[in-house]
Design a binder for this molecule. Sequence first.
Ligand SMILES: [Zn+2]
Length: 463
Amino acid sequence: MYTIIQNADWIITMDEKRTRWKHSDVVIEGKEIKEIGKNLAGKYPDAKVIDGKGKLVLPGFVNVHHHTWQSLVRNINVANGLKLEPWLKVVYEIFKEINTDVARAGAYAGLGELLQTGCTTSNDLFYAHPVGVEKLIDAEIEAAAEMGIRFHPNRGVHSKASNIVPPELVGSTEVVMADAERLIRKYHDTSRFSMCRVGIAPNMPQYETLEILEESKKLAEKYDVLIHGHLAESVYETKYTLDTFGCTPARWFEKHGLLGDRFYYAHVVHLEDDEIELMKETNTGVAHCPISNMFLNSGVCRIPDLMKAGVRVGLGVDGAASSNSSNMLQEIRSAYLVNRLTWGDNAVSAEDILYLATVGGAQVLHRDDIGYLAPQMAADITIMDWDQLQYAGGQNDPVDCIVLSGESKLVDKVFVNGELVVDGGRLTKVDEQQKARFVNDVGKAMLRRASTHLEGLEKDIED
Ligand SMILES: [Zn+2]
């Protein structure tokens, strides 16, 4: 059975030649793209037809950094306005109250919004596992499958209590590694067009025990899975690493064998000049998270330098507690603007940013079946409706329209593996209102529990 998106205003393939097709068609067969070209309808007389008039067709976005459960920990006055470390201290008090309902609800909110803003593949780094609470990642994997998004969850690791991480969230090496191995064996699917690939995530490696880092690497090698975490996010982190270990975070990672093809890290804001080359030499991936970096006043990643050096870079919305949404189009627009503001004229083009959100993200996640539109690639397709007053007068360049003017209203339909999961801007596989009620109820209950040990929170949850 074929589906044909017929006579689209533009098809932005993001293939190697950056091919753009005007007034053309895309044919989907099962999970994959069959053909792209002009006037293809005659070849597929029985195909289901989607009218492409007034539409932009592009690859589904790839989000390479998230903490979905944080969708229930946002717009909280006790946390707003703080830099990374004091902010973490506050939100960790709330994380003590995480359970499987929170994990499931966070996935509905975070991944649902991603789908509605054109994202078809998302990472998640779940690092807050209260001792004794199990199956958190199972719950979010189930929610992702229910909504139909391609998912790359990571089993997070906390092995050491600190002035930020409370002991209630520190697991033993054996328990954490056994759970990571269980998740990999149960859910990690290496096949082409796989909907779920599991990774391991020593959250902020220089704050963990060396033992758990070594065990994480061993397990990742055993199953050939990726390792994800945070690197060089804040000024404090650089100071801590310099004071404690006598080197920068990137050099500490290098020393401990934590850079390489298998690794990708969020933020990577504070790099020395020679560390740009280090990221390239080691082929370490980077997740650029501009909104979170702005919200927490962390700094701006050196995207033009990283791209020029040929480092693998993608775009991430980061946890909603520090970005306040999971909106891929906002992230794209913000990435363009903050890089222009910080690094000057011609630092990045609109197409560079679209590259980060598509091909770049696929490379970071080691996927060769998503990220651009071409025959035999996954049918992960976002269809945008630019034929509306909001974009009228701005239809001069389709990529500029998406990157510079786009917001969630732009997204009409989203296909993942050839399945229509967003139609008319709404999720097709779940009842959005019912899920929203569930998320609100679960979130409120968690904050109520946390308010017994987090001063000031009760003001945020007054009815
Ligand atoms: Zn993060």
